[in-house]
Design a binder for this molecule. Structure first.
Ligand code: SF4
Length: 336
């Protein structure tokens, strides 16, 4: 009988994971999720939610399991159950419709989106036609346009749009932007508009939010020289898609949006030495950890932080829900 020595396990190759910080849940998303959870705690299931509360399947599925029912429009909700409006904001016609039906509704619009609504209304009050810089069809854009009467807002997306745009009165214009745009691209659109319309008025406060800005800056810091940059986020999440673009522009060899670790095609991404990792504002930290574990299974991975800023923002939930306690399990979810 011949004895064979045990075959040693192949050595894992070293890999550096640059973890962009801050990443993931922002204060507006955290608040919106808490509003749905607390509404279920206070009123029982089902609680209806108009549109995905945030653009993340994992979050939506978890809330469904707790008793949330997601609908596209208000007319799919019964009169006698509470309805929550998503963090992206809604046109004025939506709460008006709920009031007309005497429904109980809870508005989870992020306070920073509401701030943009106020800036658009301020431009209009001062007699200006409003230019909204944003992506056509995005729920936030639909909500912001719906704050003003039909025809009072024009949508401009790209520099090419800004070159072609014909305003009703070129000397009486004000702009606002979607909160989740690329900071750098938006500067280009604003510069083009100002070149054509020198009297174009800024909003009184920045429209692109702190969370979008910080996540993009952290990706810029982490991306140079990476073989792959993964952004955890949904294909319909505007801020997540912008992070993919930012990573590529900042020097990542390839950048991909992924919703779960199982989506990573390890053969297609090729050999890796340094990877970047971040998450859009609607992506929970549990999935970031799942992806780090997937790297650790295949590589001798070292995680280092690429930290740009510390975030301490918290937004209070609606007054009627403040005394509803979250369970320990809920808090673990929210905090990652
Ligand atoms: Fe609010 Fe910004 Fe988060 Fe959108 S990305 S919910 S605007 S904090």
């Amino acid at each position: 009988m011949t004895l064979h020595a045990p075959i040693p396990a192949p050595e894992k190759r070293p890999l550096t994971v640059r973890l962009a910080t801050p990443r993931g849940f922002c204060a507006g998303v955290d608040r919106a999720i808490q509003i749905v959870e607390r509404a279920i705690g206070k009123y029982g299931a089902p609680v209806y939610v108009r549109h995905e509360i945030v653009h993340n399947r994992h979050v939506v599925d978890r809330l469904k399991a707790m008793g949330a029912v997601f609908v596209r429009e208000l007319d799919e909700c019964p009169d006698d159950r509470p309805v929550v409006f998503s963090a992206h904001g809604v046109p004025k016609s939506v709460p008006a419709g709920a009031r007309a039906r005497e429904m109980l509704f809870l508005d989870a619009t992020c306070p920073l989106v509401s701030k943009v609504h106020k800036q658009a209304l301020r431009h209009q009050r001062l007699g200006r036609h409003v230019i909204l810089i944003g992506h056509e069809g995005h729920p936030e854009v639909i909500g912001t346009m719906g704050q003003l009467p039909e025809g009072a807002v024009s949508l401009v997306d790209t520099v090419e749009d800004a070159e072609r745009y014909t305003p009703p009165d070129p000397d009486n214009l004000g702009y606002v932007t979607q909160t989740t745009l690329s900071v750098d691209d938006t500067e280009g659109v604003i510069a083009k508009l100002k070149e054509r319309f020198p009297n174009l008025q800024d909003p009184a406060a920045d429209s692109i939010c702190y969370a979008t800005t910080n996540r993009q800056e952290a990706v810029k810091l982490a991306a140079p020289g990476t073989d792959l940059f993964l952004i955890v986020g949904a294909p319909n999440s505007s801020n997540s898609k912008r992070l993919v673009e930012v990573a590529l522009k900042a020097g990542a060899r390839q950048a991909l949006l992924v919703q779960r670790a199982a989506e990573i095609d390890w053969d297609a991404v090729g050999p890796l030495r340094t990877v970047g990792l971040s998450a859009g504002a609607s992506a929970p930290e549990v999935i970031v950890n799942e992806i780090i574990d997937a790297f650790r299974e295949r590589y001798d991975a070292t995680v280092e932080l690429a930290e740009m800023a510390e975030e301490n923002e918290h937004f209070l939930v609606n007054r009627e829900l403040r005394n509803i306690a979250l369970t320990h399990e809920d808090m673990a979810w929210v905090n990652g």
